[in-house]
Ligand binder design. Sequence first.
Ligand code: NCD
Ligand code: ZN
Length: 340
Amino acid sequence: MDSITLKNPLDMHLHLREGELLKAVLPYTTKPFSLALVMPNLKKPLIHTSLVESYEKEILSLSKEENFTPLMSLYISSELSKEDLDSAQKKGIKILKLYPKGATTNSSLGVGDVLDSKLLELLGYAETKGFILSIHGESSGFSMDREYEFASVFKELAKSFPNLKIIIEHMSDKRSIKLLEEYKNIYATLTPHHISMTLDDVIGGMLNPHHFCKPVLKTKADKDALLELALSANAKVSFGSDSAPHTIESKLKGAAGIFNAPIILPFLTSLFAKHNKLENLQSFISDNAVRIYNLSFAKDKFVTLEKKDYQVPDFITSSLGDIKVLFGGDTLEYRIKAIS
Ligand code: NCD
Ligand code: ZN
C-alpha cells in the first residue's frame, strides 16, 4: 500500500514533562494524535486532583491544537484517600497510575507495598467508581526479571478486583502475556522500543544510553512475542509510546527514558508494512484503546501516511538542552502526508 489513513491515533502512555520541556515536545503529540494519556510523574508528582488540574491547564494553554485531548491521570501516593478519588472522579479523571516506590523516574512518592491493606481498600473503592488502574509493574529484583516478578501482584489485584481494569504499562517480558490470556480484566500497553529492540541495542556494542529505559529492553524472544501482539492488534493491547524526554545531558547522567514522539506514526506504519500487517494498524493505534478505555471523540482526526522516505531528525531542541530522538538519523519508509 502506498498510503494509509488512520482515524483518531491514540497514545495511551505519554510523558510530556512541564515548563520548557513540555513546550518543546508537546506539538509532536498534539498534531498527529487525537488523545494521549498523560503520565503524572512530574518532579512534583500529581498526587492530588488540584495538581492534575493545573497541569492539564498548562498543557491546554500551550497546545495550539484544538482537536487534541490530554487524558489526565492521578499518581497513587501514601496520601491518596477516598475523598481524593471522589474529587478526581468529579473532575473527570479516570486513570490512576501506580508506581512502585523507586522503580523509575520521579517515583519516590510511589507505593512501598502494593498489597498493603489500606491501598487495597482504596483500590476496591476505585473499582466501584469505575477507575482504570495503570501500573508500572516492576519489582526491585534483578533488572531482567522485574516485570516477571511483579506477575504475582497483577494476579492478586486482578482476582481481588474483577471489575477493575488493570493495565500492564509498557509490557516488556513475554512471560507477562499469559496474564492477558488468564485474566479478563488485565490489559497492556506496548511501546515502539519494546517491540523493535533488545538489550543488545543498549549494551551489545558501544554503550547506548539513549536506548536505556524502564523496564529495560529484553531478549529477542521477548521482542518478537510482543511484536506479534502488536502486529496482530491483540484485543488486550493498546499503543502507548512511553515517550519520555530527557535532555541529552540528563541521559548521559543515567536518566531512564526514550523520546520517540516525533517518529511514532511513520515508524509504526513502516513496521506494520514491513510485516504485511497494515490492516491491523488502525486497531492497534486506536480502536482497541477506544474500547478498553471507553473513549469517544467530538471531532474525528485523520492522519494520512504515504510511502515516501522520512529522515528522522537526530534531536529536537529545547531551552534546557537538546533531546535525542529515537532512531535519529535513520530513514523510515513512510511519512505523514496530511492531517485533518
Ligand atoms: C519514564 C520517565 O522518564 O518518566 N522512564 C522510562 O524509562 N520509561 C518513566 C517510566 O515510564 O518508567
Ligand atoms: Zn512511562
